[in-house]
Design a protein around this ligand. Sequence first.
Ligand code: PMP
Length: 383
Amino acid sequence: HIYLDNAATTPMAKPVIDTMMAQMQQDFGNPSSTHWFGREAHTVMDAAHATLAKSIGAKPTEIVLTSGATEANNTAIMQTAHKRASLGKHIITTAIEHPSVLKPMAALEQEGFNVTYLPVDENGEISLADFDAALDDDTILVSIMLGNNEVGSRQPIAEIGARLADHQAWFHTDATQAYGLLDIDVNALKVDMLSVSAHKINGPKGIGFLYRREGINFPSFLKGGEQETKRRAGTENPPAVAGFAEAVRLITPQEKADRQAKYYGFKKQIIDSLTGAGIDFKVNGPLKADALNHVLNLWFPGVSTYALQTNLDLAGFAISGGSACTAGSMEPSHVLTAMYGADSPRIAESIRISFGAFTTVMDIAQFIDALEKIVTRLRSKTH
Ligand code: PMP
């Protein structure tokens, strides 16, 4: 079986597993305990804060560990809105955010907040003109993802950060998909909050962080103990935290650049082969070397997502028919809908292929071979 669904999740790297195993066997203490066992576990937390902070140009005290990007996004959005409701009721986001952003937004609309969902073009990109038109004195929060999980498009986060420098609105970005591929500096981007998840970068599931710039204050989303300097209640998970930090250490700036280049090569290899074989298809999203290159979303006119995905699965290739979060529910992709309109045939005839650290040239060659055969066979059946 060949795994080409790395935007959904990634396998853990060997050094990550080793680090977690050692951690589980050595210190089992509760990091909040003041005795030796607790102190030992606490050193893991301190070291991880330092590593994670360094990876985005932040201070260790600005990192709040969470159960993943879902919790980080929910916390940033719900807590900002509730804390700042007296300053305004307007929030700006985009139509193509992950459900862990869109669902809190919908909940806030129920509470009386006004949410602007910026539209995107055929490349899955918002326009700064639309952003400028939406921003007003009532805006208290802007939440725009760094890169998209279904089509790999990027948004102009630094440009928006610059525009918000003298504005009251707090600026949050969901960097879950971008974190392992792009150099991220919270001061260059001028963001106030940023969400990351470990399992997208060969780390463990169920752990992530919310970066909160100094001065961005709101109560803990979870009510309970005083962990994470009172910003996130609940006993920490030191093995997962240690594994997360190890995964981050493995992705050096050079490694990120190498992956971006390698994945762009994979994209070209697939596109050039399909074109050469005379197969009718279109790319959904940007085909730019500086997009999030681990994601390739393709439309095969006349071939249903379901048929293509199940046939590829039977042939041993794991890809996705959209995002993992919406695939199970058979909901049409809100991302492709935003890009091409609800009537577009692309929505029911597209697949997402996503590469990871362990994807090889041979995997791609075998995948192309299977894809071409399956598309050709499925088309010959229907015509
Ligand atoms: N945001 C984006 C862009 C994602 O791709 C994901 C994972 N599908 C999440 C948030 C949620 O992350 P987690 O699985 O850590 O809750």
